[in-house]
Write a protein that binds this ligand. Structure first.
Ligand code: G
Ligand code: G
Ligand code: MN
Ligand code: NA
Length: 249
């Protein structure tokens, strides 16, 4: 309860910040997007990672304000990047229940002057826990605004092939648990199958959690379209990602 009220204060005050992790195109090896990852600077506990407070925020409803802060801050920062570099924002399925959600996205985009195509909304497979008509409708409305909808952490949760067919994602991110087992044969086979499925549906594939050159080479051979991971760049403060963009975009 204490942490909850402190989190409320952090959202309203200056307690949160965003780090950004670069995504690189494959082939080509250009920095093509950056994923915003929220951080909480707690006054006594130091930096608290998101997996210790996003779940809490989902339980106590703060996820709506937290998510709105993240969307606005990410779009504001991205406003000073070159036009071709996209910004990716993680959105909790619970945020879609907010009747204001579409308005918040439109407003964040308008304030930043970024075209909607340069905003990627990353949503995990939990979106499919309830295969609700409302969720599908919100995703479709985001798509109509022009945002890219990305299926995050693919392969670990609730997706089924039926869901993939019922909603057109602009991109699929293969969960890092598969990538990290490369070059083990089982993982390679699963990744090959996911890529071939995605290609047949015309959906680009990103692999996350790429840590070694060997993994990068395997993913390149398998026809992966984009890579993200410590090998290419860690999540880093905004000023530092601006430097990376200058050199690699
Ligand atoms: O580096 P990392 O510790 O940043 O992130 C851990 C987890 O927290 C990841 O699953 C990531 O998707 C999630 N996460 C990071 N930032 C956000 C955010 O702004 N909103 C939501 N919903 N999840 C986030
Ligand atoms: O679930 P999501 O994909 O949004 O998660 C982003 C999380 O993945 C962040 O916690 C980020 O720090 C972490 N991450 C990014 N690249 C790597 C990597 O190469 N290895 C590991 N172990 N984690 C990574
Ligand atoms: Mn993500
Ligand atoms: Na992910």
């Amino acid at each position: 309860a204490r942490l909850g009220s402190e989190l409320r204060g952090a959202i309203a005050g200056n307690g949160l910040t965003l780090h950004f992790q670069p995504l690189y195109s494959m082939p080509g090896n250009r920095l093509s997007a950056c994923e915003a990852l929220v951080r909480w600077h707690h006054p006594t506990q130091g930096m608290i990672p998101p997996d210790q407070f996003v779940g809490l925020a989902e339980e106590n409803g703060l996820i709506h304000d937290l998510g709105e802060w993240v969307l606005r801050a990410a779009c504001t920062e991205a406003a000073c990047w070159p036009a071709q570099v996209r910004v990716a924002v993680n959105v909790s399925p619970i945020q879609l229940r907010n009747p204001r959600f579409i308005r918040i996205v439109e407003d964040a985009l308008a304030q930043s002057g970024r075209p909607p195509e340069r905003l990627e909304i990353e949503i995990t497979e939990n979106i499919f826990v309830q295969n609700s008509a409302t969720n599908r409708e919100i995703l479709q409305r985001l798509g109509r605004i022009g945002c890219s909808i990305v299926l995050d952490d693919f392969g670990t949760g609730y997706s089924s092939l039926g869901y993939l067919r019922s909603f057109q994602f602009q991109k699929i991110k293969i969960d890092r648990s598969f990538v990290q087992e490369l070059p083990e044969r089982g993982a390679a086979g699963i990744i090959r199958a996911i890529i071939s499925l995605a290609q047949s549906m015309d959906i680009p594939i990103t692999a996350e959690g790429v840590e070694t050159q060997d993994q990068w080479t395997h993913l390149n051979d398998l026809g992966c379209n984009q890579v993200q991971g410590f090998l290419l760049g860690r999540p880093q403060p905004a000023e530092s990602i601006r430097q990376a963009i200058l050199t690699h975009a």
